[in-house]
Design a protein around this ligand. Structure first.
Ligand SMILES: [Zn+2]
Length: 98
């Protein structure tokens, strides 16, 4: 199933830092121009919607550019791998792995 390998790739990139773990603060959507998707590494063609995230600009790197579908997977995986409540409190509880 195609979505499954994309999800696995995005999860791997989140874990090794190739995809940002922070919430996308400033982003826009528009037709692609053949750029490579930072998530699935296939081109975003002009009949597909690209999401460009400018908040990653703050770190000096180029804006993140992903398919709209990859953006949704990234956002979901980011929140499941790095829930905000686990990073903000240090209660000593072990995180529960699904
Ligand atoms: Zn993609």
């Amino acid at each position: 199933m195609q979505m499954e390998w994309i999800r696995n790739l995005i999860r791997k990139k989140l874990q090794d830092g190739r995809l940002p773990r922070g919430r996308a603060m400033r982003f826009w959507g528009g037709p692609g121009a053949g750029q490579l998707c930072d998530a699935c590494e296939t081109p975003v063609t002009k009949d597909q919607l690209a999401i460009e995230d400018f908040s990653s600009n703050a770190t000096g790197t180029k804006p993140l550019l992903v398919h709209a579908g990859c953006f949704q997977i990234w956002d979901a995986e980011r929140q499941s791998l790095f829930p905000p409540w686990e990073t903000t409190q240090g209660s000593g509880d072990n995180p529960v792995n699904p």
